[in-house]
Design a protein around this ligand. Sequence first.
Ligand code: M6R
Length: 607
Amino acid sequence: MCGIVGYTGSKKASPIIIEGLRRLEYRGYDSAGIATQEKEGIKIIRSVGKLNNLIEKLSQTTLLGNTGIGHTRWATHGKPSEVNAHPHKAGKFVVVHNGIIENYLSIKNKLVKRGCNFESETDTEVIAHLLWSYYEKSQNTKEAILKTVKELRGSFAIAILNEDEKESIYLVRYESPLVIGVGENENYFASDIPALLVHTNNIIFLKDGDIIKLTPEGYEAFDFNGKKIIRLPEKINLSLSQAEKGGYPHFMLKEIHEQPEAFINTVRTRIKPDTKEVVFDEIPRDIFKKVESIHIIACGTSYHAGLIGRFFLEEIAGLPTLVEIASEFRYKKNFFNSKTLYIFISQSGSTADTLAALKLTKNNKVSTLAICNVLGSSISTEADYTIYTHAGPEIGVASTKAFSTQIAVLFLLSLQFGFYKKAININQLSAFIDSLLKIPKAMEKCLKDSSKIKQLAQKYYHYNNFLYLGRGLNYPLALEGALKLKEISYIHAEAYSAGEMKHGPIALIDENMPVLVINTKSNQHEKTISNIQEVLARNGKVIALISEKDKVTPKYTKDIIEVPQINNYLDCLLSIIPLQLFAYYCAVLKGTDVDQPRNLAKSVTVE
Ligand code: M6R
C-alpha cells in the first residue's frame, strides 16, 4: 500500500503535500516523491528511504507551484530506489499511484514495441505512458484517462498532472481508497482522511469507478464511461488531534491508550441506555432471524478478532461459526449458503485479500457484512451491510485499538443474535451489557499498571524466541500477542493452543525459550496450570497473564501480569492491553521503528 496526496489552490503546494505525506507515511516508507506545476513545467523530486530524505533533498531546490501531487511508497514492483519512486512521467503526464496494475507487463510489452522507453521497474509507469500515448492523438485529458482506465486491471487510486493544465489534478479511484478535501478556492485529495484534517472536514469519499477533475474552484465527477455523476462532500466528525501523537512517543502507544475511549465510541450508540437493548440500525432485523450460521473472513489481527468472535457467536448466540484467513478462503472450494452471514473484518477496509474474498462471496448471492474502521473504504462500500468500529484513525502499523473495537462489535452482534434466536433471555442480555459497560474502566486500570510490563520487557527483550500459549478464548489472544511481538520487535514468537504444546513445540522448551502463558479465569484454568508445570519441568521461563483473583498461578512463577476479572468472554479485552504493551516496550528497548516496522505497511493492498 502507498499513500498519495495533493493540492491545488493559491498556496505553495509543496509544504502542504509534504505535511500530507508525513501523515500518510504509515502506508509505506520505502521512498517518497513530489511533483509540482512550475512555470517551466512539472518538476519532480524523488528520494529513496523515509520522507526525511525527500525533505532534505527539497531543501536544496525551490518548488513554487500551487498545484502538485505526492507519494509515499511501499514497494511492490521494483525494489525501493529513486528510479522506482513515484511520481512517474511520460510526455506531459505525471502520475502517482496506490494499488497494483495486474496486467502491467502485457501493457508494457505493447508500449515498448511502439517505442516507449521505460525508466523504472514499476507497474505504475505504464499508466503515464498510456495517458501520454492517448493524449498525443486527442489532446484531450479526459478522453486519454477514459481510454487508459479501460486498459487497466487491478486496483488503483491515481493522481494525474498534465503540463498543459496548470491548475488541474485528475483523480481515478478503483479499489484503492481516495478522498477529496473540499476547501474554499482550494482543494485537496489524499488516500486517507488524517492527511486532510488540518485543512478541512468537508470530505468526499470517492467510489470505485470515479474520475475527478479537481481545480481550485471545484471539482467535476465522471464515471469510467465519461458520464457526469454527482459526488457530494460530507462533514466528518474527526479532529486533527486524533491523527496526531498527542505527546506520546509513538502512535502505537497512543492508540493502545486510546482503547477505553475507542471502545466507548464503538458501543455507545449500539446500546439503548434505558432498556439496555442492542441496536444495529445498519442491519435489517430479518437478518438476525434468518441467519443460521456465520462465516468470518479476515487477515492478521482482524482474523484474530474473528477467532475470538467465534466463541461469542457459538457460545452466546448458538450460531455455528467458521473463521478463515482471506487469502486461503479466496482460493479454495467454498460451499456458499443463503442462511449463512459472511462477515468480513478489516480495520483499513482495503486489504486486497479480504476485498477479493468479499467480492467472490457477493458473486454467490449470499449476505455479506463488513466490520471496518476506515469510513468509505472499499470493503465497507462493497458489503451489503457495514458496521463501523469508530475507533478513530489507527496510524501505527501494529493494529491495537482496531482489535479491541472489532471484538466489541462481535460481542454486541452475538448478543443481538442470541437475543433474536432466544439463546439468551432479557436478563442474560442485560447482565452481559452490564459487564460490557465495566470494560472501559477496567482497561484504564490495565493501562495504569504498565510499570510491571516495562520491568518484564526489560528482563526479556534480549531473548530471540518466545512461545505464547493459551486455551479457548486465550488461544487467539496468544496468536495476537505473538503477532504484536514479532511485527514490531522482530523477536520470533510462536503461539500455540496450550493443549497442543505436547504435540511438538514442547521440544523447543529450555532456559532460552520464555513462554508467555495467558491463563485468565476460564473453565480450562487448571489444565493450563498443568501446561505451566510442563514448561517449568523443562527449565522453561514462564510469564503468566492471569486474573487478579487467581491465587494458584503465582505459586509457579514470579513473572505475573494481572488483569481485572469481569466476565470470561470479555476479559480478553483487558488481557490484550498488557500483551500490546509488552511487545511495545520490547520494541522500544530493542530500538526498532515501532510505528513503521520494516517490510510492513498499514494495509496490504496487494495479494
Ligand atoms: O486493515 P486490515 O484489518 O484488513 O489488516 C489486516 C492485517 O494486515 C493487519 O491486521 C496486520 O496483521 C497488522 N499489521 C497487525 O498488527
